[in-house]
Design a protein around this ligand. Sequence first.
Ligand code: ATP
Length: 284
Amino acid sequence: NFVSAVVPPGEIGVRFDDIGALEDVKKALNELVILPMRRPELFSRGNLLRPCKGILLFGPPGTGKTLLAKALATEAGANFISITGSTLTSKWFGDAEKLTKALFSFASKLAPVIIFVDEVDSLLGARGGAFEHEATRRMRNEFMSAWDGLRSKESQRILILGATNRPFDLDDAVIRRLPRRIYVDLPDAENRMKILRIFLGHENLEADFQYYELANVTEGYSGSDLKNLCIAAAYRPVQELLEDETKRGQNDAAPVLRPLTLEDFIQSKSKVGPSVAYDAASMN
Ligand code: ATP
């Protein structure tokens, strides 16, 4: 399970339109990745417009970095290879170097391809002093040199896209190889509204439901938190109906759920809070 997924572009199932907000990030990725992959002939001359070989997405957890990576592959018409730093480093076996080599030679045959390295800090974090495992060090060196091998093949359309919540843990050598760094921020109220529209667009909402009211009471929520809050809220009418059936017996063959109200979301906040604020509190 060295590589967690290899997916051809048509089968990823996520597009930019499925991602709420993050307009600036999408715009930057369009210029840096989508255009050069779709129209390589426009980027092959001169030195100014060189396709970007390494990008780092960084920012708080649950802000859509993985989602962006997948959607990017769809939009760029690229194969998508996904590897996760922590699964690699937790499965130490002597073959890690061999597998790294295999990964990169496999990837170069799949171009255009995006290699997404989630938790890039745990794979390629700052060199870990005296206690660093010898195998970790060898693996990291192999990864770096294979990566450099790819970078030198200018004609190939291969992008390494790293993601991390902990950019400060990254080694200088990695930072240098990821020359473009894009901050994926928590959404503000307006952007929370855009994200909520994606999750709730097909739900049965009360007639005067106001998105801005929900956006205003979800300060600090990431996209992922918002999704979990919506799921918790959507469960409430189901639960009520089931309770009602327990009391009165199941009479209706096609029971109708009541619409979701703002109150459902407010009541669900005690179950699903903003995870980033929670993290920050636990670090103090
Ligand atoms: P982590 O750093 O914890 O890996 P991440 O930044 O990679 O998090 P994702 O895994 O992409 O976050 O997001 C988790 C889920 O949250 C997504 O699958 C998606 O359902 C939802 N989500 C997050 N941000 C957005 C967004 N802007 N628009 C739509 N959905 C989002």
